[in-house]
Design a protein around this ligand. Structure first.
Ligand SMILES: [Zn+2]
Ligand SMILES: [Zn+2]
Length: 438
């Protein structure tokens, strides 16, 4: 098999996967920690009953180790969204390593690259490579270190707790992931084996899968209230399984905010924990984006959706693109036996031929306006037409009267200012150009 080994210059990931080399593409250490051990845990659990005290401790320890990842690894170290006192840091580094997801240093480096290069080839767990890749595949398959985007971790390299945990990772993960929960259940109520299986292996498995959901589910399921150009999404289900990390669209827009959920009723226990630590004097400098900036993002995304909706509708030919017709030509055309059924309203010429039969006010009124200026009649002289009528009329416009007063001046002025024409294309209710105040 020596011939299938990569040369010193080429990384294995640069070679195509074949039947002869596939096992070299697999990261066997990750497979062992996130697939083999959990499977062994499930098999063991089938043969060994769960005691109530062990179950209670496993859930309690699940929340603690989960918080080590969300409040510690993620919001404190990867994003510096608040500052923590040394005792809190030691606690978070200890319970975080118990979640069996690598060291703070390794985890934060990848996560910073994920934020910096979201959805690109430099994103270590890009959802564009598929749901399962972002969930598990990126750890199971070897990654080319050259392809992961650069991220600055000089701050973490200066943190003695981060460095200690990284250097002593194997000892720390075995102790906090398996030995400590076994000791608690064994010394506490004599359930050594149950502590190892349930509070150790299976609890770690659930914390791992929950965190993996932030990389997969949070980039796949839910709404995008702040920006839809990238994949992050907000969803309560993701929040429920990840101790509040499910408001991921907000998080990618405002990553250094200590919150993920900004509404009081949204589920974000990680935020509540950080806030409580602040009250206890353990955490400080909690970062929060200004509400004004958050509202702007939300409004722009809302406007984007409205614009997309608006662009699908027929608003009539923009005034600036209509031909200019003289009053004489207008009258001649209207008077012809085979001519068009033209009506002027507020300087704009409309061809109402296809609408005469359907006019809700009757055929007579509309026919009598052909070849005339019906501005006053339309805007309340005979009947104050509805906003819907103004909208409909705008789809019938075919020209602008030469010297037709306001509208022609308006058309000239706006054709010199293309940006304002764009704004004017959004016809607010009651603001059609043909609508004059009664
Ligand atoms: Zn993300
Ligand atoms: Zn993040």
């Amino acid at each position: 098999m020596a011939d299938s080994k990569p040369t010193k210059t080429a990384h294995i990931t640069e070679m195509p996967i074949t039947w002869r080399n596939w096992y070299q593409h697999v990261n066997w250490l990750s497979v062992f920690f996130i697939i083999v051990i959990p499977l062994m845990g499930f098999i063991a659990a089938y043969h060994y009953p769960l005691q109530r005290a062990t179950a209670a401790f496993a859930i309690f320890y699940y929340f603690n180790t989960g918080l080590g990842i969300t409040a510690g690894y993620h919001r404190l170290w990867a994003h510096s969204s608040y500052r923590a006192s040394t005792p809190l840091k030691i606690y978070l580094a200890a319970v975080g390593v118990g979640a069996v997801q690598g060291s703070i240093r390794w985890w934060s480096r990848g996560h910073r690259a994920h934020h910096r290069y979201t959805d690109t080839t430099k994103d270590p767990y890009s959802v564009r490579k598929g749901f399962w890749y972002s969930h598990l595949g990126w750890m199971i398959m070897k990654q080319n270190p050259k392809s992961i985007g650069r991220a600055d971790i000089t701050d973490l390299n200066k943190d003695p707790i981060v460095i200690w945990q990284h250097r002593n990772y194997i000892k720390a993960v075995l102790f906090m992931g398996l030995i400590f929960p076994t000791l608690v259940c064994g010394i506490g109520w004599g359930d050594w084996v149950g502590g190892f299986i349930y509070a150790g292996i299976l609890r770690a498995t659930f914390v791992q899968q929950a965190t993996f959901c932030v990389n997969s589910l949070a980039h796949w399921l839910g709404d995008q209230p702040f920006d839809d150009r990238n994949s992050p999404r907000d969803h309560v289900i993701t929040a429920l399984v990840t101790l509040g990390e499910g408001y991921h669209n907000f998080h990618h827009e405002f990553p250094s905010d200590y919150r993920n959920a900004i509404e009081w009723w949204q589920y974000d226990p990680t935020k509540w924990a950080i806030w409580t630590w602040k009250q206890l004097g353990l955490a400080y400098d909690l970062k929060q984006f200004k509400q004004n900036e958050i509202e702007k993002g939300r409004l722009q995304q809302e406007q984007k959706k409205l614009d997309a909706w608006r662009s699908k509708l027929d608003w009539g030919t923009p005034i600036s693109q209509l031909p200019i017709i003289t009053w004489d030509d207008f009258q001649t055309e209207s008077a012809k036996a085979d001519g068009r059924a033209l009506v002027v309203i507020a300087g704009v010429v409309h061809d109402v031929a296809d609408f005469i039969e359907e006019h809700p006010g009757g055929k007579a009124f509309i026919s009598s306006a052909i070849g005339k200026d019906a501005t006053a009649t339309f805007n309340g002289g005979v009947y104050q037409h509805s906003n819907a009528a103004h909208n409909l009329l705008s789809t019938m416009r075919v020209g602008v009267i030469y010297g037709g007063g306001e509208v022609e001046i308006w058309k000239r002025a706006y054709s010199e200012k293309p940006n304002e024409i764009k704004n004017q294309l959004i016809q607010r209710a009651g603001k059609q150009v043909i609508q004059t105040s009664p």
